[in-house]
Write a new protein. Sequence first.
Length: 378
Amino acid sequence: MVSTPSATQGLHATERETLQPGSEFLGRTGLGLSAAALHLAHRVMDAAETRHARDAATIAALRAEIDAQAALIRAQADHLSQVQTTFDRAATAARIGIWECDLPSETLRWSGAVYDLFEFPRGSTPDRTTALGCYTDEARRRLVAARSEAIARRSSFSLDTEIVGRRGARRWIRITATVECRGDVPVRIFGLKQDITNERLSSERIRHLAEFDFLTGLANRASFERHLAALPETGTLLLIDLDGFKAINDVYGHAAGDACLKEAAARLDEACRGADLVARIGGDEFAVLVTNDPAGSVAETLGARIVHAMRHPFPHGTAHLGFGASVGIARAGHSLSADLFPRADKALYAAKAAGRGRIAFADPDISRAGIGANCGGR
């Protein structure tokens, strides 16, 4: 669009008027600019206050979240402490300790219960060589073998074994172990050690009650029958019956009878050193097994010792109680396993019938002429 000269001149005149100092337009514009600046400043201040309030709210929310997280951490720490305390008390009560060994440095770390088991001062640095010295020779051999195999196979093991603490206390412990690897390289072996001494003693007591006579301490009938069933052809069986025991029991009472049985068992055990089994099989009847006696000569010697040992009276209260023993012998080589006991029992009654206080061999075993005279009867 092309402006006419008159229009252009008018526009310039207007601009000159507007820009003149003190002109009414410039005054109005200056006031407008001041108001706009003030308004802008208020807006800036309002925005700053809004941001400040928003930031304060954000900070408060973050602080609240931090406080909540801190409270949660404290609660979890308290719970963990309670769990740790409970575990420590339970471990102490059960006598269970945690152990670990770094590989290949062989550096040991123990919990308190393991220190107590081995009788090391708590907090001291356990040394593997010193710890191994607490094991018996056989226990150490078995432990080293089991540990080496577990490391080689990257596996685990469990072992019940005996230790002797640094102060001399003997204990049975149960060791469990697991090998930890990085890649295929063993880096740590760790597990538990538990004191099982009471468990072991209880098991031994149960086994003893199952296999041994409670009154005399000799093997019982069940144990005797297991050994008899496994007796080889070279073995011999001796059955012993006390002579005169019924009279002691009837006249002096059961307490005297029990004392008589205990005394007879002690004498029998002493006379039969070297025998494979000495047992009380019922009442006043006893048995002795010898596994390597094909000719019966060992049994004959033992029989003579038994008859001799039982002759001497023993004091009980104010009385001296006298009893004797008769012995029947059968060789396994002449019998089926089921026939051996009846044959020895028959020989025993033959010895009693011959005058008591003597030994007799079962037929068709070699007879011993004059055997009763040599032993002496009562």
